[in-house]
Design a protein around this ligand. Structure first.
Ligand code: HPA
Length: 279
């Protein structure tokens, strides 16, 4: 039996062998539709996640699993295209495996993106939302169980899971690029069914501005590992009951595709500025 720690070590070692002496302290986990960002990296190298030991393989069409490394401008990054979701039947350890491996590879700054339904009535499909905080309604937590007392805190603080400095950087970058960047609280449910209209009203009352089925587990693990996290959602649709038609994955993908260039531009700008103000 492999412990989670040894699986993470084996996966990280296999990636190191593939990518040679490449090093990066910035990682991006991209939601569907942001593939071009990874395709445009300078000095790009890619590995199919299926070939990495212990890596859970995605079952959702359009979520190709690939880990890419290269430079965005002058900044070396790891980019993960295609996460796996809890609703696919994976355990939380599997859903967050990528974060633990990125951490093992030296990532200290993690950018996460996703598609989300808009709960805030002021949001429109195609808006980008800087995640300011989250509400975990998955009914579980990725930190349950596995715990490495030498490396981790059992009870991580969650008062600022989304790094205030990185949030400021995102706001300044969006302004400079004339991209409208909303801000709000991301609620997460397991999915895969979309919310009912009543659930959407509940999520609004609870303080959510957008709702998704991913990202939050990865962020919780990243925070436990001491990473600085930036999260941006693409509001692909008004949540159930707030729009005029039933929801479909097709609509989600279409909006994500429409906004892709803007989203890639914003992320490129943010990472570029990280390089400029290197810590
Ligand atoms: N709800 C949950 N997850 C989503 C949605 C939604 O409306 N749109 C995209 N991901």
């Amino acid at each position: 039996m492999h412990s989670l720690k040894s699986k993470v070590d084996e996966a990280a070692s296999a990636i190191r062998v593939r990518f040679g002496d490449f090093k990066a302290d910035t990682g991006l986990i991209l939601g569907s539709g942001l593939g071009p960002l990874a395709d445009r990296l300078d000095g790009r190298q890619a590995v199919e996640t299926a070939s990495i030991p212990h890596w859970p393989e995605s079952t959702v069409a359009g979520h190709s699993g690939r880990l890419v490394c290269g430079r965005m401008g002058s900044v070396p990054v790891f980019v993960l295209q295609g996460r796996v979701h809890y609703y696919e039947g994976y355990t939380m350890d599997q859903v967050t495996f990528c974060v633990r491996v990125l951490g093992r590879l030296g990532v200290k700054r993690l950018i996460v993106t996703n598609a989300a339904g808009g709960l805030n009535p002021e949001f429109s499909a195609g808006d980008l939302m800087l995640i300011t905080d989250h509400i975990n309604l998955m009914g579980t937590n990725p930190l349950i169980g596995y715990f490495d007392p030498e490396a981790d805190t059992r009870f991580p603080d969650m008062s600022a899971p989304y790094d205030p400095e990185l949030r400021d950087l995102a706001v300044v970058t969006a302004k400079a690029l004339k991209i409208t960047l909303r801000q709000g609280v991301l609620a997460v449910t397991t999915g895969p069914s979309y919310e009912t209209a009543s659930e959407v009203r509940m999520l609004q009352i609870l303080g959510g501005d957008a709702v998704c089925m991913s990202t939050v587990p990865e962020v919780i693990v990243a925070v436990q590992m001491g990473m600085h996290v930036l999260g941006i959602s693409c509001i692909t649709n008004p949540a159930t009951g707030l729009g005029s038609r039933p929801l479909s994955h097709l609509e989600v993908k279409e909006t994500a595709g429409r906004i892709q260039e803007t989203f890639v531009g914003l992320l490129t700008g943010i990472v570029g500025r990280m390089g400029a103000g290197a810590d």
